[in-house]
Write a protein that binds this ligand. Structure first.
Ligand code: ADP
Ligand code: MG
Length: 524
């Protein structure tokens, strides 16, 4: 059995393993492609289609097709198909299943031990859901790794001798549906995610949309009396597909012609790279603005020079991306298989983890993952990261009774972190306080209740006869893997409330049942 790295992407996924000479290799799917659309088509109760064919099925049977499921990871939002409800974990598990089944068929080795990549901004619930997706797919998830870390591993940005001193790396990741920028620093073998920022709804598919709109405009100019092609789902799906093809082709050529067909009419629209750049300029500008924000945040953390700028995500193949970074920041970005780098890096990291597990005796001998004979010595990276979200406590304003959230840990605080603060009872004779641990839900920290999710709660007893403003001490600790623990103490009695975050995800039993259900479905 081999150790695999999997990039479970919002729009495309990819799987890689370490070959016999110790290099990461991407395994093609059965259709012969390096990446597989993260699309699942529930064809019937016992048959599921994943990948390009599922994407194609959108034309004929859109209600049974799921796209962009990664955006729902960590939420409890099951969807029903053919009389059965599927959680986001279960839907993602079907993508993973397709990837490893195909990898086995094309690469020849059964997958059991895997590392799955996750965006750096993923919180606890999303990370947990990703692990569970792997378990449902019948895999043993050795670990999850942040996507920019995986990409940096693949780019070799972390290699080399430690005498070179501290290094800083900026990762610009423009995928199909999301954009992230992350700054990493490397000191010896100590890798730190310094800060991360991005937009969850900005990616290559927005570029496709602009092309679609342009194609439709040209078609309607030519045939003013014909219906809008966008009013017909079939024509629309075809247009989106053609627009994406055109966009991809224009990364390598200057012009490309799309034939727009609708109601028996055809208009050939010629697109140039320049035209697409003009149609999508503001989208690229948004990524530049966010990158600038990240660069400024890094400067506040003392990093003002980047040894490497890495391009990740399929959409960075558009030459306009590197060009914008060159002209706006003077960067010399590296572009090398940007849509495969995360899976390849996850495979490198998987090898690292497997070697660690082997050497630490964490598992019984008969369950050890097989580490290829690479002849390499193993020196694991110490990966430390920042909090991906803010964490706080729900408080009540005494005079107005307004409820709000006070954050003790903030996004981008270096991990591990431990913060102690004191809070006070609202009235005399109060016998208990309710401790509600809140996780920031949106991109920005906000004290509004609605912008936070309650991730754990409990009651702490207070001795009788205490005046108002009686103090309660709270300690928030976030360890280096991002696990949150909260301890509230009433000092006089020594009464203590210890909370660990209950992640809203699936229970081990539910995971086992889901794994069973998956194994009974046919895949293609
Ligand atoms: P994800 O966002 O799921 O991680 P990828 O990193 O593979 O996925 O990025 C997918 C996006 O990259 C899609 O919008 C796709 O159209 C785009 N893409 C892939 N190849 C090219 C290319 N040659 N030129 C421009 N865009 C591309
Ligand atoms: Mg990606």
């Amino acid at each position: 059995m081999a150790v695999y790295g999997i990039d479970l992407g919002t729009t495309y996924s990819c799987v890689a393993r370490i070959d016999d000479v110790g290099r990461p290799t991407v395994l093609r799917n059965m259709e012969g492609a390096d990446t597989t659309p993260s699309v699942v088509y529930f064809e019937s109760a016992d048959s599921v289609v994943v990948g390009q064919s599922a994407k194609d099925a959108t034309v004929l049977d859109p209600v049974h097709v799921v796209q962009l499921i990664k955006r729902d990871m960590g939420d409890v939002v099951p969807r029903e198909f053919h009389g059965r409800a599927y959680t986001p974990e279960e839907i993602s598990a079907r993508i993973l299943r397709k990837l490893v089944e195909d990898a086995k068929a094309t690469g020849g080795k059964e997958a059991r031990d895997v590392v799955i990549s996750v965006p750096a901004y993923f919180g606890l619930a999303e990370r947990d859901a990703t692990r569970k997706a792997g378990e449902i797919a019948g895999l043993r998830v050795l670990d999850v790794v942040a996507e920019p870390v995986a990409a940096a591993l693949d780019y070799g940005a972390l290699d080399g001798d430690e005498e070179r001193g501290d290094r800083a790396i900026l990762v610009y990741d423009l995928g199909g549906g999301t954009f992230d920028t992350t700054v990493l620093t490397l000191r010896g073998r100590e890798l730190t995610v310094l800060c991360t920022d991005g937009a969850k709804e900005l990616g290559g598919s927005d570029f496709d949309d602009r092309i679609v709109v342009h194609l439709v405009e040209r078609f309607r100019e030519r045939f003013p009396d014909v219906d809008d092609p966008l009013s017909d789902p079939q024509s629309e799906t075809q247009l989106r597909k053609d627009a994406e093809e055109a966009k991809k082709a224009l990364s390598f050529r200057e012009r490309y012609t799309v034939r727009v067909m609708h109601q028996g009419r055809v208009e050939a629209v010629e697109l140039t790279r320049e035209k697409v750049r003009e149609l999508t300029g503001d989208l690229l500008d948004r990524t530049v603005d966010i990158t600038r924000r990240t660069v400024e945040l890094a400067a506040e953390h003392g990093v003002s020079h980047f040894d490497e700028v890495l391009l990740v995500g399929g959409a960075t193949k558009m030459p306009a991306v590197a060009e914008a970074l060159r002209t706006q920041f003077g960067f010399e970005p590296k572009l090398h298989n940007p849509d495969l780098a995360v899976a390849r890096g996850a495979a490198i990291y998987a090898l690292d983890r497997a070697a660690y597990i082997v050497s630490s005796g964490e598992l019984p001998a008969d369950q050890l993952p097989v580490v290829p004979e690479t002849g390499l010595t193993h020196r694991p990276y110490q990966i430390s990261t920042v909090a991906s979200r803010g964490y706080g406590i729900q408080l009540v304003e005494r005079d107005t009774d307004r409820r709000y959230v006070f954050h003790l840990v903030h996004a981008n605080d270096p991990l591990p972190v431990s913060v102690t603060d004191e809070f006070y009872t609202t009235h005399a004779g109060q016998r208990s306080v309710r401790i509600r641990v809140m996780e920031q839900a949106g991109v920005e920290e906000s004290e509004e209740l609605a912008h936070n999710a309650c991730v754990a709660e409990g009651h702490l007893a207070i001795p009788p006869g205490k005046p108002e403003n009686w103090p309660i001490q709270c300690v928030y600790t976030l360890d280096s893997s991002g696990l949150l623990g909260v301890v509230a103490v009433e000092k006089e009695s020594g009464e203590k409330l210890e909370l660990t975050v209950q992640i809203g995800g699936m229970t081990p039993d539910a995971v086992a049942t889901a794994r069973d259900a998956l194994s009974r479905q046919r895949f293609s």
